[in-house]
Ligand binder design. Structure first.
Ligand code: PEP
Ligand code: MN
Length: 245
């Protein structure tokens, strides 16, 4: 994929399930998000789950399914890497490598991912200041690699009515501080499907370049993050409003 052209798409929308669960689930979701106008497909093959008893992802099998979905839809794929030992394998399949919230200060991982020269989505850690986030980006930048998208995904505050508190302040702030592309993930930022569309629109209104939206063809049966995933009709409706802006 051509990163420069990708981030100039205003807004660029990356959509797909939290986790790759099966061929049928991924392909149905991939076809749906493509038809609705998404620019890339997301799906985790390696999942950072709070509990070791939760679904951990399909691993390499999940990466192969992402490659299959890309071949069928033409959408570039975004997937997370958790472990330095998996970086080369993930880089073989991913068009953009996601570094998740729980890994943004895993400095050895940042250095290994930088070596691949693949575009990177660097999510904000859930208790990370902007200074710390930009320093994490410096680990990649100092290797001479600047294909980085910063992704605000909500921070942990005293508020428990929503999963996280989406900090949209950082969007215009990062625009003052850096030239890097800035995107927002209202799915993890709110934790509730009903709040995703309004916060996606708010993110664009304050200057975000792109959005990351969790979409599942059948959210009530999702193995992770179903409560915050849009179904295909809701995603299609959101895309219509976003693209007609
Ligand atoms: C995800 O994108 O599914 C994910 C685990 O996100 P985060 O790292 O923001 O929690
Ligand atoms: Mn998720």
């Amino acid at each position: 994929m051509n990163f420069k052209i990708f981030i100039q798409t205003k807004p660029f929308v990356i959509a797909g399930p939290c986790a790759v669960e099966s061929e049928a689930q991924l392909l149905a979701t991939a076809r749906g998000v493509k038809a609705a106008g998404a620019h890339a497909l997301r799906g985790g093959a390696y999942k950072p789950r709070t509990s070791p008893h939760s679904f951990q992802g399909l691993g390499e099998e999940g990466l192969k399914l992402l490659a299959k979905a890309r071949a069928e839809t033409g959408l570039p794929v975004v997937t997370e890497v958790l472990d330095t030992r998996d970086v080369l394998l993930v880089a073989e399949y991913a068009d953009i490598i996601q570094i998740g919230s729980r890994s943004t200060q895993n400095f050895p991982l940042l250095k290994e991912v930088a070596k691949t020269k693949k575009p990177v989505i660097l999510k904000r850690g859930m208790a990370m200041t902007v200074e710390e986030w930009l320093s994490a980006a410096d680990y990649i930048l100092e290797s001479g690699h600047d294909q980085i998208i910063l992704c605000e995904r909500g921070i942990r505050t005293f508020e428990t009515a929503t999963r996280h508190t989406l900090d949209l302040n950082v969007v215009p702030l990062l625009k003052e501080r850096t030239k890097l592309a800035v995107m927002v993930d209202p799915s993890h930022g709110t934790g509730r499907a009903s709040l995703v569309a309004p916060m996606a629109k708010a993110a664009l209104a304050c200057g975000a370049d792109g959005l990351l939206i969790e979409v599942h063809a059948d959210p009530s049966h999702a193995l992770s993050d179903g409560q915050q995933s849009l179904d295909l009709p809701a995603f299609e409706k959101l895309m219509k409003t976003l693209l007609s802006r």
